[in-house]
Every structure is written in structure tokens, then in C-alpha cells.
Design a protein around this ligand. Structure first.
Ligand SMILES: *[C@@H]1O[C@H](CO)[C@@H](O)[C@H](O)[C@H]1NC(C)=O
Ligand SMILES: *[C@@H]1O[C@H](CO)[C@@H](O)[C@H](O)[C@H]1NC(C)=O
Length: 515
């Protein structure tokens, strides 16, 4: 025993039995530790007055300032309404925390249901299709979300449909609250996500986006329209409903209480999404913009927009029935989107993500851009990344079918000039590996085959490429918690020049992609 105590004493000041020298050293050491601790505490309090020691700090600071700052007694109570303290112990948000509410009409569901069936996973997801009346035919419960019939909104007259759709957040909330009430709810709901019957969600990316936000605070997440006309007419601060939007639990709870009053006050608005936004604005909740929600308020061919997606997860696509089929596969809009959806199941986080690289040959350079899971482009000349990331304007505006403006820049197509035309490749195959995916894109040129090709060495060499094969590591959902950065790639010609192989990887620190 004696020995053990001695050993401890040697390192510290616990004993008083040591010599005078040691006692002095100990007193000096204790004093400097005390001073250091005091300085650290003061520094902490100065920099983080509202954290941890804040209570003590406020007590000390406000001894003689009570009332001086004009603080209302209600302030503290209101602050207590904020997020709960359990934040640290929480599990990450998953699909089972998300409640979907899809606005639909009983008479058109059979024509539209293909879109919901693309993304709905009956065993993993929860929510309802909200119909205006009982469906006429048996409900396809195996492949579609279960349905509910919305409460009668006929008191809103010719605006009944918009009022009914605007109520869906509230109706979803009340439906879940009822389940919670009788203990039949699965997980605690964290987010209420609204969409139209023709919205295609990419559910894993939706969850990746929602995970960034604290669901115990009031959030309203979505995106405005691509169309300046639409944003001017409705609002730049509104999530357009077809692109889908997400409302956190406390925001949905507040909205459920307020919505009927709001519907009376905002009866003159055109859309349901604008009523929801008006009501959230009364609650002081602004739109949190996420560029992966796509209302697709454009006409014509969305190709250019989809081939240059922002560096953000693809969350939704809408209005596919109102634009040309997005790929040459399949005659219908639904068939044309299937390959992208299928590829996205192999690597959801990478869907539509753009990578840019350059292939150098004898005396020429090619620019290669991949929008993963959808398309590859080969430009037989040098195009800088700042151009390649700008959508080619293959589309027109939503309302007036004009050339613009859009809420992003566009660059013109030059389909007439063979020496200014790039080669296009569309997804033809996708294979799943253990840590990588291999996707192949076959050539699909816009120009009729009879037309003369550009007679330049780099174009002649490019004309032999019929497949772009992309090998990419599977991205992780956690990649989206890091700062956004486009990934890099490297090209190689194989199979006597008929295949252009593209290997995607994370860029190195400070790595440049220069033409
Ligand atoms: C629980 O409440 C929900 C919603 O009202 C209802 O559909 C369900 O049948 C109830 N379940 C039970 C066991 O009462
Ligand atoms: C792809 O492969 C990975 C790893 O083997 C596996 O975890 C994943 O479930 C597969 N995905 C699909 C859609 O088959």
C-alpha cells in the first residue's frame, strides 16, 4: 500500500509530506494552474456567452442590467420553444422518418401512377396519395402508396382544388398524429414531403438533403422554378410544388393549426404551393433552397439542363409529360426516364453528377463531360469547365416558349455547323460492382447521317468513338455532407478507338481540370 501512495505523490501535489522545496514547487504549480483556468474560463465566456457557462455569465452580466435592454419577459419562454436538447443522441434521418403526401385526382391516377411506381418502395416508405374522391377501380396497393380521400374543400368554390392540395401537408400531419395517438405509427415522423402525381423523387438523395437540417426546427426546403416568368408571377421565395418540398415536423405542426385561416386569407392565389408558402411566411419560415428539387418549368428538350446538373444531389424531376422524352430510350416520357432511375439505384448520390476531363491526341484535345447515369458528351475541341457546366439551351421557357430568361445561364446550340457540334451518348447499360459502377453510353447523334461531317483531324478521330464507358467509385451519402466539389476524371481510348473509357475519382487537393 505504502508503495502505491508514494508513486502517486511523486507525480502530483497530493502529499504534504515532501520536503520544503517540493512544497514550494507545488504551490507555484497550483497557482499557475488556477490562473490559467481562470483565463480560460473568461475567454470561453467572452467567446461563447450563450453556451454552457452562459447561465452563470448571464447572471453575472445582468445583475444590474435587468430591463435596461428592454427584454420582454416572454423572450425566454419563446426561446424555450426552440430545438430540444436531445440533439446529440439522435440517429440520422432515414426514409422511415419521411412521410410523403402526393396530391392526385382519382380519375387521372391510372395515367399518372407510373411515376409514383418508379420511386415508391412499399416496405420502406410511408405516406399517402391524397385523392379528391374514391377511386373507381381497385387500388394498386402493391406498387403505389395507400390512398386517402381529402376532406371536402368545396367551400372554396372554383379554388377548391388548390385549397385541397394546400391542405395536404396538414392532412398528412393529422393522419400521422392520429397514428401516434393510437400507437400504430412506425418511426417518429421528422419530415413531411409533398409532391404531385407526376413528381419523380430520388428518395435516397432526398434523405441525404434532409439529413443536413435539424428536423426539430422549423424548415421549409425546396426550390423555386427554373422559369423567371414563373418566379416573377408567383414568387422567388416559394418552393414550386411539383418539384416537391419538405416541411419539418414542427413546421408541419404549426402549419396544420394555421392552414384553414390561411386558406381563407389567401383565397385569391392561383396555386396550392403559393398558399402553403404564404402561410409559412406568416409563421416567419423562409424557403431553404436546395438545387436538386426540379419543377422543370421548361418546354421542349430538357437535355441541356439535365446534362449540367448543379453539384448537389438530384432530388426530384417533374413535368416529364410536358417535355420531350428525356432520352431516346422508350417512346413515352415514363419509359425515357427509366434508365436514369435504374442507374440511380446503383449509386443514388452520383445520379446526374457531372465530371469533366480532356483527352489529348496528336495535335488536338477533346473535352469530355459525363452526367452520370444519363449522358456523355464529346466535344472534339477544347471547352473550359466554366462553359461545360452551363446548360446547353435545348429548351424554351414554360409560359411563352421564348428563348429565356431562366434562373441559370445557358449556352446556345449550334446544330447547323458540323464543326461546332459535339457528339452525344446516352446511357445504354449499368453494372453494379462491389465498390464501383460501370455505366455505358452509346452514341446518338442529333444530325441526320446524310449530313457532311466536319473535316478536321480531331473530328475524324472522334467519329470512331461509339461508346463511352464510365467507371466510377460508388459515392457515399456522406459525400454530400462535405463541401460540394465536382469530381475529376481521366480518359483513355480502347478497342481501336471505338470506346472512350472515363475513370471518375475524387479530385486531388488543389487539382485543376484545365483544357
Ligand atoms: C389508428 O389511427 C389510424 C388513423 O386514424 C387508423 O387508420 C387506424 O385504423 C387506427 N388503428 C387502430 C388499431 O385503432
Ligand atoms: C450493388 O452492389 C453493392 C455491393 O456489392 C450492394 O451493396 C448493392 O446492394 C448493389 N446494388 C444493387 C441495386 O444491386
Amino acid at each position: 500500500m505504502q508503495h502505491k501512495w508514494k508513486a502517486v505523490e511523486g507525480g502530483g501535489c497530493a502529499g504534504v509530506a515532501g520536503g520544503g522545496d517540493q512544497r514550494r514547487r507545488c504551490v507555484a504549480a497550483s497557482l499557475s494552474m488556477l490562473i490559467a483556468a481562470t483565463l480560460a474560463f473568461l475567454a470561453y465566456v467572452a467567446f461563447f456567452p450563450n453556451d454552457g457557462a452562459g447561465g452563470l455569465y448571464r447572471l453575472w452580466r445582468c445583475q444590474d442590467c435587468a430591463g435596461e435592454l428592454g427584454e420582454f419577459p416572454g423572450d425566454e419562454a419563446a426561446a424555450a420553444d426552440g430545438p430540444s436538447a436531445s440533439r446529440a443522441a439522435r440517429e440520422p434521418t432515414t426514409l422511415s422518418h419521411v412521410v410523403f403526401g402526393i396530391g392526385a385526382s382519382a380519375r387521372t391516377w391510372d395515367q399518372r401512377r407510373g411515376y409514383a411506381e418508379l420511386w415508391w418502395r412499399p416496405d420502406q416508405m410511408r405516406g399517402h396519395v391524397w385523392l379528391d374522391e374514391e377511386p373507381v377501380s381497385p387500388w394498386p396497393a402493391a406498387t403505389c402508396p395507400p390512398y386517402r380521400v381529402s376532406a371536402d374543400a368545396s367551400r372554396f368554390g372554383d379554388r377548391a382544388s388548390a385549397a385541397r392540395m394546400a391542405r395536404i401537408v396538414a392532412d398528412s400531419f393529422l393522419a400521422v398524429a392520429a397514428e401516434l395517438g393510437n400507437n400504430t405509427a412506425r418511426d417518429e415522423p421528422r419530415w413531411f414531403v409533398m409532391g404531385d402525381d407526376d413528381t419523380v423523387f430520388f428518395p435516397d438523395n432526398l434523405v441525404a438533403v434532409l439529413r443536413k437540417y435539424d428536423h426539430e426546427e422549423m424548415y421549409y426546403v425546396g426550390a423555386p422554378s427554373e422559369s423567371v416568368e414563373q418566379d416573377v408571377m408567383h414568387s422567388y421565395g416559394m418552393a414550386f410544388g411539383g418539384g416537391g418540398f419538405a416541411v419539418s415536423y414542427p413546421a408541419a405542426a404549426a402549419l396544420a393549426k394555421a392552414i384553414d385561416g390561411c386558406l381563407d386569407r389567401y383565397v385569391y392565389f392561383y396555386g396550392s404551393d403559393q398558399r402553403v408558402q404564404a402561410c409559412l411566411t406568416e409563421l416567419g419560415v423562409p424557403l431553404t433552397r436546395e438545387p436538386g428539387f426540379h419543377q422543370v418549368d421548361i418546354r421542349g428538350d430538357a437535355y441541356g439542363m439535365l446534362a449540367a446538373h448543379p453539384v448537389a444531389p438530384l432530388v426530384s424531376l417533374h413535368h416529364l409529360d410536358h417535355i420531350q422524352p428525356i432520352s431516346p430510350q422508350g417512346k413515352t416520357a415514363l419509359e425515357a426516364v427509366r434508365p436514369l432511375v435504374a442507374a440511380s439505384r446503383l449509386d443514388p448520390a452520383r445520379a446526374l453528377q457531372q465530371s469533366i476531363c480532356y483527352q489529348r491526341g496528336p495535335g488536338y484535345v477533346w473535352s469530355v463531360s459525363v452526367a452520370w447515369g444519363y449522358t456523355a458528351q464529346l466535344y472534339p475541341w477544347a471547352v473550359a469547365p466554366h462553359d461545360l457546366e452551363v446548360p446547353l439551351q435545348t429548351f424554351r421557357t414554360w409560359r411563352s416558349w421564348a428563348d429565356g430568361p431562366f434562373v441559370f445561364n445557358t449556352r446556345p446550340l449550334s446544330p447547323r455547323d458540323a464543326c461546332a457540334r459535339h457528339a452525344m451518348f446516352f446511357l445504354s447499360a449499368a453494372r453494379n460492382g462491389t465498390a464501383t459502377t460501370v455505366t455505358e453510353y452509346v452514341r446518338h447523334d442529333a444530325a441526320p447521317p446524310s449530313e457532311k461531317e466536319c473535316d478536321r483531324a480531331s473530328f475524324r478521330a472522334a467519329s470512331t468513338v461509339h461508346t463511352v464507358r464510365v467507371i466510377a467509385p460508388r459515392m457515399s451519402e456522406s459525400d454530400w455532407r462535405r463541401a460540394p466539389r465536382r469530381q475529376c476524371c481521366k480518359t483513355r481510348r480502347t478497342s481501336w478507338g471505338s470506346v472512350l473509357e472515363v475513370r471518375i475519382r475524387r479530385c486531388g487537393r488543389g487539382e485543376l481540370t484545365s483544357p
